[in-house]
Design a protein around this ligand. Structure first.
Ligand code: HEC
Length: 138
């Protein structure tokens, strides 16, 4: 009798854990709605510009790495605590995203993706970050 009560208790605990884990499972964010005035933006920083591995990389490591990971794979130390997957910057699909779309996602953000307009003030510095993200391609 005592053993069966114990067994039921164990099963109930297991059910609670499984359900809690399912509720916390990470989901990919849906498609972004990018306003037209952002979509048409073009980077002022060309590939190979020294600012990319300078201020671009510095800001990426300071502000983005904690969630997105050093190589943008989505494996930063904070990523596991988020409800939304942060994406994988190395994929061809991701890299096909236009400059203006990346700008909007990176600096305006939404939900768990923070806004960085106040942390990275200079627009050229922001484009250097995008330039750095471009170097994370596989
Ligand atoms: C607190 C964690 C966190 C930090 C810090 C962070 N991000 Fe994100 N980022 C996210 C999350 C979560 C998403 C997915 C959001 C969604 O889809 O709603 C995301 C999505 C993105 C996307 C779109 C990814 C895709 O696959 O469509 C880009 C681009 C991006 N972030 C750039 C940056 C840049 C650049 C920085 C630093 C300036 C940064 N992020 C800092 C959490 C973070």
């Amino acid at each position: 009798m005592k053993n069966s009560i114990k067994l039921i208790a164990i099963i109930c605990t297991a059910i609670v854990f499984v359900t809690a884990n399912m509720a916390m499972a990470q989901k990919a964010g849906g498609a972004w709605t990018i306003p037209a005035n952002y979509k048409s933006m073009k980077s002022t920083v060309k590939a190979g510009d020294p600012s990319i591995n300078g201020v671009g990389k510095e800001n990426f490591n300071k502000h983005c790495k904690s969630c997105h990971g050093a190589k943008g794979l989505g494996d930063g130390p904070k990523a596991a605590n988020l409800k939304t997957l942060t994406g994988d910057f190395s994929t061809t699909k991701f890299q096909a995203t236009s400059d203006g779309e990346l700008y909007y996602m990176s600096f305006i953000g939404r939900d768990e993706m923070p806004n960085f307009e106040k942390k990275i003030i200079d627009v050229a510095d922001r484009w250097a970050v995008i330039g750095y993200i471009r170097t994370l391609k596989k």
